[in-house]
Design a protein around this ligand. Structure first.
Ligand SMILES: Nc1ncnc2c1ncn2[C@@H]1O[C@H](COP(=O)(O)OP(=O)(O)OP(=O)(O)O)[C@@H](O)[C@H]1O
Length: 270
C-alpha cells in the first residue's frame, strides 16, 4: 500500500497587492490616489498596470517597491509582507538620468552588486559584462552614460536591474520617453529577455498596445482615484500577432473601458 503523503503546499505569488489603498498628504488635506486594488502575479508572469494619467499606477509601483506605505491593505513578495525597499525588488524608471554620470556603464551595472550584495569586484565586473551583453550593450561597456542615446541608457538600466537577480522587476514607463522605433525595438528585446530569463515583472504604462504586448496579464485601473475596472489575460500576444484581429479586438475593448464609458460618466456629472 502506498504511504499517505501531505499535498505539496502551493507556492505564494511572486508578488501581490491585497485591498491596497494609498493616500497622499497634501496642503488641501488627504488625497486618495488608489482605492482598494488587489492583484497577484506568479513567478515568470508579467503583470501590467494600465490606466489614464493620474490613476495611481506609479504610486502602486512605488508601494510595491517599498518607497511608500499603504494607508490600508498590504503588499507581499513571495509571501513576505513589504515594509520597505529591499534587494528582492528592483526598479527601472522612465527617466534617462538613472545612471551615475561619473561611473562607466559597466561600473553602473556592477554598482548594486558591490554595494547591496557585497559581491567581490572581479565577479561584479563579470556579471555586469554578461548583463550588458544580454541587453545588446557589449560595445558600450566602458563608456560614460552621457555618450549614450536614450534607448541605450534604458538598456543599461535594464541590465543593472537584471544583474541583481531580484525576485521582481518593477518598470515604470521605461520606454515612454523614447521615439516610436526605438520603443518598439526595446519592447521586442524586453520580451526576448523575459522569454530567456523568465523574470517576474510589474510594468506600468499608459499605452494600451504596449500593455497588451508586454503583459501576460493586464490590470486596468479607473481614472483618479485608481480602482480596478477589469483584468485581461494577454499572454497570447507578442510582436508576431500585434496588429492582428484578436489584438485589435482587445485594444478596442480596453479603450472602451478606459475612455468612452468613463467620459460619458464624467460628462453626466458636468
Ligand atoms: N508625492 C505626492 N504628493 C501628493 N500627491 C501625489 C504625489 N504623487 C502622486 N500624487 C497624486 O496621486 C495621484 C496618482 O499619481 P500617480 O503618479 O501615481 O499616477 P499615474 O497613473 O502614475 O500618472 P501618470 O501616468 O501621469 O504618471 C495623482 O492625483 C497625483 O497628483
Amino acid at each position: 500500500m502506498l504511504a499517505r503523503t501531505e499535498p505539496f503546499p502551493e507556492p505564494p505569488p511572486a508578488f501581490e497587492a491585497r485591498s491596497l489603498t494609498l493616500d497622499y498628504t497634501t496642503a488641501k488635506g488627504p488625497l486618495r490616489a488608489v482605492d482598494d486594488v488587489s492583484f497577484s502575479a506568479y513567478e515568470g508572469e508579467r503583470l501590467v498596470l494600465l490606466g489614464r494619467s493620474g490613476c495611481g499606477k506609479s504610486s502602486i509601483l512605488k508601494a510595491v517597491a517599498g518607497f511608500i506605505t499603504p494607508t490600508s491593505g498590504e503588499i507581499n513578495v513571495k509571501g513576505r509582507r513589504v515594509t520597505g525597499a529591499g534587494p528582492d525588488r528592483i526598479v527601472v524608471f522612465q527617466e534617462f538620468d538613472q545612471l551615475l554620470p561619473w561611473k562607466t556603464v559597466r561600473e553602473n551595472v556592477a554598482f548594486p552588486l558591490r554595494v547591496a550584495a557585497d559581491v567581490p569586484r572581479a565577479e561584479a565586473r563579470e556579471r555586469a559584462e554578461e548583463a550588458l551583453r544580454k541587453v545588446g550593450l557589449e560595445r558600450a561597456i566602458d563608456v560614460y552614460p552621457h555618450t549614450l542615446s536614450g534607448g541605450m541608457k534604458q538598456r543599461a538600466a535594464i541590465a543593472r536591474a537584471l544583474v541583481t537577480n531580484a525576485d521582481v522587476l518593477l518598470m515604470d514607463e521605461p520606454f515612454a520617453a523614447l521615439d516610436a522605433l526605438t520603443r518598439r525595438r526595446l519592447q521586442a528585446d524586453l520580451l526576448k529577455l523575459a522569454e530567456d530569463e523568465g523574470f517576474t515583472l510589474l510594468f506600468v504604462t499608459h499605452s494600451i498596445e504596449e500593455a497588451i504586448l508586454i503583459g501576460t496579464r493586464l490590470h486596468l485601473l479607473s481614472a483618479h482615484p485608481g480602482r480596478t475596472i477589469a483584468t485581461f489575460d494577454t499572454a497570447e500576444f507578442d510582436l508576431g500577432n500585434s496588429g492582428g484581429a484578436r489584438f485589435d479586438g482587445v485594444v478596442k475593448e480596453v479603450n472602451g473601458l478606459l475612455f468612452e464609458e468613463h467620459d460619458e460618466e464624467e460628462l453626466a456629472h458636468v
